[in-house]
Design a protein around this ligand. Structure first.
Ligand code: PEP
Ligand code: MG
Length: 921
């Protein structure tokens, strides 16, 4: 394990500012900032390699690390003119974690390290400020006690609060030097009592323990949970670095301050300086929400000179990093220090806006603008907002900390939130006085977060924004009583389980459920997605079955409909009786009579859909599911029959009868309602009908319906069904063409496995085409293609390509067939366990299995295009809206992806990413 040449420690003046994997994001940025001349307190970084070696060896620091640390400490002593442990002019340092990917609040930090009973006197001597020195001391004892010695906060909080109460002070600044001295002494006793030994006085022992504690926090529960939730893998961030930095103090008087700022508003992306500060305070006070900070704009009046320096820092940071920065600063005795910077975590709305504006300002190009936004994150922009027509009065108002509206049942602590979620999935709103990193599991299961304390940069606000969950922070009219599981807002009492609505955009809190409306596309998003379309290779279509869905998909930028599942058109209440008639008919004539009634309905559906989407293509898939899916279940029918027969036996008068029967009519929405009945002959008729359906249900029963009489198999055995649908498509096309509407319908056949099936359907298509052309007087324009959702179809793609103008991969069925996993059952049976055990990395119904299903697709594309080089080939399974799967589709040369309407924007951006990332590889 000893590596004599390995360097584990780098000074800020020497470390490579681009090597975040080695120095962590914070460390690398401290090096970078130091080296571009920003005023960073001197310090150094212990590498992530040291962390990994420490954890691998069972918590032993690699040889040489502490030697390097001591050398660096000596340099710090020289640079600052102070001594570590010096009783007259002590050097104090902070010890902070920081990995390659920012994990706010998930790992540990210790401030004011180096304080002991001697250096405390030195601080008093240096500053002439006893109060300040004791304040720093008590903070250090608590933080060190918690992080390095594992003592729970409550052991410190309780005596602290009782002294505050005794003294009648609300805020910490109200405590006197004597109070703080008393608190420090109590804290030292707490440490002794809890650990059985006195507080470590030796500064190097403190440093050694602190470094180990920070390194160990990489494998702490909070950090591990966070990495799992956000999919942070070792190739993204492996181990934490430790940054040791000279302390500067924002709490040495009224010419001192501390704050956090964003170079632009992270909630909206607006190009205005955004942040908060507190005079005479330490950084943790701002982040923890202990005191409510002031908006940065106020500093312009309060500290004009410092404000000018801050503005300058803001602009230098953005120009250098060409990215919005989230930075921490401290002002000590009128001097501004930058303590850390990182790329600002913003909600997607702000990311989109800043992407477009940074391009306009010439800081980045369009490709960079597209690549800085994760496609999946666009989902946030589709968040609902409060219906503007809702006439509601807020019950309380806080800070609008993360936009979006949500309503849910109130829960007051994270553990209960998780427990409640595991019993039922009702939406929750986590209401806390303030949140801490250990509440993170509560965030995951809640729709939104509400706090009564803290600012827009408090823990609750930052974490909720990162997750894209609405958050209202610092709603100080709310008094939270966690123990009693209730909160008071004036006279109103909110109990656990009560419903509230919060609006993270305005900061308002409402009692009860307030209606919400869908989000609208911002102009910036339209611009950005326009750039995406220009760069993407793939076209993005939508899966939509009715005109309203098609219209919505169009608004989202769909370039056509890639899958219209026609069976969904049959489900409308007034259509089902006709469909039922078709299914139960015993003769061709009876079936044809029912189909004749369906024809004009389907034709009208298609006219509307084609017109809505014109001039874009619409792919109409002919009937796919087994027809018994339209029938009630056998049990349902048996129940109905029992009731009908009972009714017949006990019938007394037509009034009772009609009342009971109208009840019966609701039993199964899939059957034509049984209307008011006047006499028993109608009951007999109803019984007869139900018995006929029951007979049909029994005759159609299949052990394995997903592999049974469905798709093209239906079309071949009941050619009149597909004939009706084909006619409806072609007549609708002619009607549109005659009306001057440019249409591009495509007829698509499901479940195909042989080219003979396609040939057989084509014979009907051709015959109907001729008839329609004759009767309509125009030649219908259309294309004919097949779904590729059966393994054999992929293997015979060359033959199918002879018959089809296009292919569309139905990866839902293809995944089912390739894995032999039932689509209906796998997800709630064994898949979660498979994922947990690492047998399968993902759910293959969500993330395209590139190695198996994808390989089949790739082969099929090659064979199909071997026959028709320009063949249009797409995907219409759920994977068509999943970014990583879209990237795969791009790689194998598909022409388009088709996904549900709301995922269209995500797919458009993912398609651009796929093209851009390919060209950079
Ligand atoms: C598919 O199988 O991927 C598909 C799109 O069809 P459905 O989901 O309707 O079976
Ligand atoms: Mg399918």
């Amino acid at each position: 394990m000893t590596d004599p040449v390995k360097q584990y420690v780098y000074s800020f003046a020497k470390g490579d500012g681009h090597n975040k994997m080695l120095l962590g994001g914070k460390g690398a940025n401290l090096c970078e900032m130091t080296q571009i001349g920003l005023n960073v307190p001197p310090g150094f970084t212990i590498t992530t390699e040291a962390c990994l070696a420490y954890l691998e060896s069972g918590n032993t620091l690699p040889d040489g690390v502490m030697k390097e640390v001591r050398e660096q400490m000596t340099t710090l002593e020289k640079l600052t003119g102070k001594g570590f442990g010096d009783a007259h002019n002590p050097l104090l340092v902070s010890v902070r974690s920081g990995s390659a990917i920012s994990m706010p609040g998930m790992m540990d930090t210790i401030l004011n390290l180096g304080m002991n009973s001697d250096t405390l006197q030195g601080e008093i001597e240096q500053t002439g400020d006893e109060r300040f020195a004791y304040d720093a001391y008590r903070r250090f004892i608590q933080l060190f006690g918690k992080v390095a010695l594992g003592i729970a906060d409550e052991h410190f909080d309780e005596p602290f609060e009782s002294i505050k109460k005794r003294e009648g002070v609300k805020e910490d600044v109200g405590l006197s030097a004597d109070n703080l001295k008393e608190i420090s002494e109590v804290f030292l006793e707490v440490v002794h009592g809890q650990t059985g030994r006195p507080f470590p006085e030796n500064p190097y022992e403190q440093l050694d323990l602190a470094i180990k504690a920070v390194l160990g926090s990489w494998s702490g529960k909070r950090a591990v949970d966070y990495r799992r939730e956000f999919g942070i893998t070792p190739d993204m961030a492996n181990g934490t670095a430790v940054n040791i930095c000279t302390m500067v103090f924002g709490n040495r008087g009224n010419d001192c301050a501390t704050g956090v700022a964003f170079t632009r508003n992270p909630g909206t992306g607006e190009n205005i300086f955004y942040g908060e500060y507190l005079v005479n305070a330490q950084g943790e006070d701002v982040v923890a929400g202990i005191r409510t900070p002031k908006p940065i704009a106020q500093m312009r009046e309060e500290m004009p000179d410092i404000y000018r320096q801050l503005e300058e820092l803001r602009s230098k940071l953005e120009t250098h990093y060409t990215e919005i920065q989230d930075f921490e600063f401290t002002i000590e005795k009128g001097i501004l220090y930058c303590l850390q910077t990182r790329n600002g975590k913003m909600n997607t709305q702000a990311m989109v806006r800043t992407s477009v504006e940074l391009v306009a300002e010439g800081l980045i190009n369009k490709e960079q603008a597209l690549l800085r936004i994760a496609p999946e994150s666009l989902e946030q922009m589709l968040f609902p907002r409060l219906d503007p027509r809702a006439d509601v009065t807020p019950l309380a108002t806080g800070l609008p900390a993360s936009p979006g509206a949500a309503c849910g049942h109130v829960v007051f602590d994270a553990d209960r939130a998780v427990a409640q979620k595991s019993v039922n999935s009702r939406p929750l709103i986590l209401l806390r006085e303030e949140t801490k990193p250990e509440d993170i599991h509560g965030f995951f299961v809640s729709e939104a977060i509400l706090t009564s304390r803290g600012g827009k940069t408090s823990h609750a606000a930052v974490v909720a924004r990162g997750m894209g969950k609405p958050c209202v922070a610092g709603a100080d009219g709310i008094e939270v009583d966690v123990a009693a599981r209730r909160a008071h807002i004036g006279d109103v009492v909110i109990k656990e389980g009560d419903i509230i609505t919060i609006d993270g955009t305005s900061g308002n809190v409402y009692l009860g459920a307030v209606p919400t409306v869908e989000a609208e596309f911002s102009e910036e998003l339209k611009t950005l997605l326009g750039w995406a379309d220009e760069r993407a290779g793939l076209k993005v279509m939508a899966n939509a079955d009715i005109p309203e869905d098609a219209e919505r998909a169009l608004r989202y930028g769909a370039m056509g409909i890639g899958l219209c599942r026609t069976e969904r058109m049959f489900n409308a209440a007034e259509r089902l009786p006709i469909v039922l008639e078709m299914i139960v008919s015993d003769t061709l004539e009876q079936r044809q009579a029912a189909l004749d009634k369906l024809l004009p309905i389907q034709r009208q559906d298609f006219i509307e859909l084609f017109t809505t989407m014109a001039p874009n293509p619409v792919t109409v898939r002919l009937l796919d599911p087994p027809i018994h899916e339209f029938l009630p279940s056998e049990n349902q029918l048996l129940d109905d029959l029992i009731q009908l027969k009972h009714l017949k036996d006990t019938m007394r008068g037509s009034e009772v009868l009609s009342a009971t029967l109208s009840l019966l009519s609701n039993i199964n929405g899939k059957i034509a309602p049984i209307q008011q009945l006047a006499d028993s002959s109608l009951v007999d008729e109803a019984i007869e009908k139900k018995e006929a359906i029951l007979k049909k249900v029994r005759s159609l029963f299949e052990v394995n319906p997903m592999l049974g009489h469905r798709g093209v198999r239906l079309g071949i055995t009941f050619p009149e069904i597909y004939a009706m649908q084909i006619r409806a498509v072609l007549e609708a096309a002619c009607a549109c063409q005659k009306a001057g509407v440019e249409v591009h319908p495509e007829i698509m056949i499901p479940q195909v496995c042989t080219s003979e099936e396609l040939k057989s359907i084509k014979v009907h298509v051709e015959a109907i085409r001729k008839e329609v052309e004759l009767s309509e007087g125009v030649a219908p324009i259309f294309r004919f293609g097949t779904m590729m959702e059966v393994v054999r179809a992929c293997m015979r793609a060359d033959e199918l390509a002879q018959e089809a103008d296009f292919f569309s991969f139905g990866t839902n069925d293809l995944t089912q067939a390739t894995f032999s996993f039932s689509r209906e059952d796998a997800e709630n049976k064994f898949l979660p366990m498979y994922n947990e055990a690492g047998i399968l990395q993902d759910n293959p119904f969500e993330v395209l299995d590139a190695n198996g299903v994808g390989k089949l697709m790739k082969l099929a594309v090659g064979w199909g295009r071997g026959v028709k080089p320009d063949m249009k080939i797409g995907i219409c399974g759920e994977h068509g809206g999943h970014p990583a799967s879209i990237r795969f589709c791009h790689k194998i040369g598909l022409s388009y992806v088709s996904c549900s309407g709301p995922r269209v924007p995500i797919a458009r951006l993912a398609a651009a990413h796929a093209a851009l990332l390919e060209s950079t590889q």
